[in-house]
Design a protein around this ligand. Structure first.
Ligand code: ADE
Length: 248
């Protein structure tokens, strides 16, 4: 992963983005110098009295389209050499953990936040390296989609969070994460699985692997079709299959 990263966000609503950079783990990453950020309000790059950023679509139809000129001027004011310019949009390929790792290797990512029906296609053609969708649904604010991308990416940079946490989490091994428990040992009459109190690391590891696989099979069977798993994992999957057959 890259040592540090610059993140530039072009938005009509910098206040939506600002809080994220000023809070929690991101704020620490900024203070440590791992992240440098820049928020650009492209309304500042309009030249008309009304500071117009959107207009009706050619060809008719519902909604408004973000105009090319203010965005182009804003982008031209930046040093984009070596930058990866992203446009969150429901029309892009899906954002995955693999994509997050790819973006985390960049030195500079630039995100253009859309609004309304979209952005003039000529901006996408001239400036955008990747259109990226955060999922098969539509949200109204490109700022929220940008924050999803930023959060997925910056946490992978060296020094932001511990590498142990990253290795064990969902998707990294193609398997969803196991359930977690913390104190108290009894909560509303419910205890903690015995094995987690045993101190037996190997049994804990096996239990977690099995629980993660159970959850993946139940919630995201599509993930299990994608991978060549180890012999140990294949054994557990066979066993879960048998258990299902017995139940069902
Ligand atoms: N903007 C609106 N919906 C979106 C989505 N699903 N992904 C990325 N950007 C969006």
């Amino acid at each position: 992963m890259a040592d540090g990263m610059k993140i530039t966000v072009l938005t009509l609503f910098p206040e939506i983005i600002k809080g994220f950079f000023e809070s929690s783990i991101m704020a620490k990453a900024v203070t440590k110098g791992l992240i440098e950020y820049e928020l650009i309000d492209f309304r500042e790059f309009t030249t008309d009295k009304h500071r117009t950023c959107d207009d009706y679509p050619y060809g008719g139809g519902a909604g408004m389209v973000l105009k090319a000129e203010p965005i182009a001027r804003a982008l031209d004011s930046l040093n984009l050499e070596g930058a990866r310019v992203l446009f969150p949009s429901p029309s892009g390929p899906l954002f995955t953990q693999k994509k997050a790792r790819e973006f985390a290797a960049e030195e500079h990512i630039v995100l253009l936040c859309g609004r309304y029906e979209g952005v003039d296609q000529r901006i996408i053609d001239e400036y955008i390296d990747d259109e990226v969708s955060i999922g098969d649904y539509v949200i109204s604010s490109g700022e929220i989609a940008s924050l999803v991308l930023i959060d997925g990416v910056y946490r992978l940079l060296d020094g932001v969070i511990s590498s142990d946490s990253l290795e064990e989490e969902s998707f990294e091994g193609g398997i969803l994460e196991y359930p977690h428990y913390t104190r108290p040992e009894i909560f509303r009459d419910e205890g903690v699985p015995e094995v987690l109190l045993s101190g037996h690391h190997e049994n804990i590891r096996k239990w977690r692997l099995r629980k993660g696989l159970e959850k993946t099979k139940r919630n995201r069977p599509d993930l299990l079709a994608l991978r060549n798993f180890s012999d140990e994992v294949q054994e557990i999957l066979k066993d879960l299959e048998l258990a299902d057959d017995k139940e069902g």
